[in-house]
Design a binder for this molecule. Structure first.
Ligand SMILES: C[S@@+](CC[C@H](N)C(=O)[O-])C[C@H]1O[C@@H](n2cnc3c(N)ncnc32)[C@H](O)[C@@H]1O
Length: 330
């Protein structure tokens, strides 16, 4: 609450105004995101599910050859509706398999627990609520190998240097021969991308505007939602989608602590970036953070990729040529 207040006051006082996507996910935001995941236009979960269902056993076999005991840590795990299938396929390959779901939303982790244990009741399951920048470094490990999962194309929320820093942060909890599996949404037709963030049912609009509702609920704000709109924008030159909330008129908004924020007509609040990856982007992140790109798994249209990175002692290895993420891209 205190952290949210500080963030909102700082973000709405700067020019251009900015709020972090981290705060999308309260109970209402979790429910809205689950609706978005059902939308046909929001193609990402279907691509991800296709890879999980068709390739999880192969991924597990590759990792189990090195680590018969495995600790899987999922950052920003969400409701577990996709990972449940991954853990189901993983389970037979390991002598011991532990799964730790980490998310800032305690609410979504309860859904996650039900989903994952319903599919694989014998799994050694844990979850940890909180900001993963604080909770991940405190995790204990025994003699098991580690696999960190960062799925849902969440890496797209970080621009290049931030993504490299994030890979470094993950590596701080890895040992040599541990793995990181990241889902990347690849560049594709710009109209398809734009529709995913501007759906016809208005679910992405409701999801974005929930940030203002959350400020009203938790910080005593007086945002009138009809005076704001949602405006996503995709730039095919750099593969970056940005989500913005637009003030439809000149207005002032107050919080219960007395702070006041002025909005010009058509002024934007930036809320999120969703980067779509070119081949060079992934290569750069891997080489600058010193991971080996061990293997790549695509959906059938090659519009989405899971890249398995390995923490190796050598420096600046991109890939063995057959594993290169880009070999078979058009
Ligand atoms: C876009 S959702 C994806 C969820 C899931 N990985 C999936 O693919 O369905 C992002 C999730 O990350 C969580 N999250 C975002 N920032 C976080 C942070 N700093 N610490 C912990 N969880 C975070 C959110 O609460 C949300 O559940």
């Amino acid at each position: 609450m205190e952290e949210f207040l500080v963030h909102v006051k700082r973000g709405l006082s700067q020019n251009p105004k900015k709020l972090s996507s981290r705060y999308f996910y309260d109970t209402q935001g979790d429910a809205l995101y689950q609706q978005i995941m059902q939308l046909k236009e929001y193609y990402l979960p279907a691509c991800e599910m296709q890879i999980i269902k068709s390739r999880s056993s192969e991924i597990a076999r590759r990792i189990a050859a090195i680590h018969p005991h495995l600790q899987v840590i999922e950052l920003g795990a969400g409701d577990g509706s996709k990972t449940r299938y991954m853990m189901y396929h993983f389970h037979p390959f390991f002598d011991q398999l532990e799964y730790i779901a980490m998310d800032i939303s305690a609410n979504v982790l309860e859904i996650n627990r039900k989903e994952i244990l319903e599919q694989t009741p014998e799994l050694n399951y844990q979850n940890v609520a909180g900001n993963y920048f604080e909770t991940y470094p405190k995790l204990k490990r025994g003699d098991a190998g580690r696999l960190v999962l960062f799925l849902g194309a969440n890496i797209g929320n970080y621009l290049k240097q931030d993504a490299i820093d994030f890979f470094d942060f993950i590596k701080s909890g890895l040992q040599i021969n541990d793995y990181l599996l990241v889902a990347f949404d690849l560049v594709k037709h710009p109209r398809k991308i734009l529709k995913a963030y501007d759906d016809s049912k208005g679910a992405t609009k409701a999801f974005n505007l929930n940030l203002l509702e959350r400020i009203n609920r938790e910080l005593g704000g007086n945002f009138k939602l009809d005076d704001f709109d949602h405006f996503p924008f995709y730039n095919p030159q750099n593969g970056i989608t940005t989500s913005n909330i637009i003030s439809l008129k000149e207005q002032e908004v107050k919080l219960s602590d007395g702070s006041v924020f002025h909005f010009d007509a058509y002024e934007a609040i930036h809320t999120e970036v969703s980067k779509k990856f070119f081949r060079q982007d992934i290569e750069d992140i891997a080489s600058k953070s010193n991971y080996l790109m061990d293997e790549t798994y695509y959906d059938e249209k090659k519009e989405y990729a899971f890249v398995l990175f390995k923490h190796e002692a050598q420096k600046n290895i991109i890939a063995n040529p057959s594993a290169n993420v880009f070999q078979s891209l058009p």
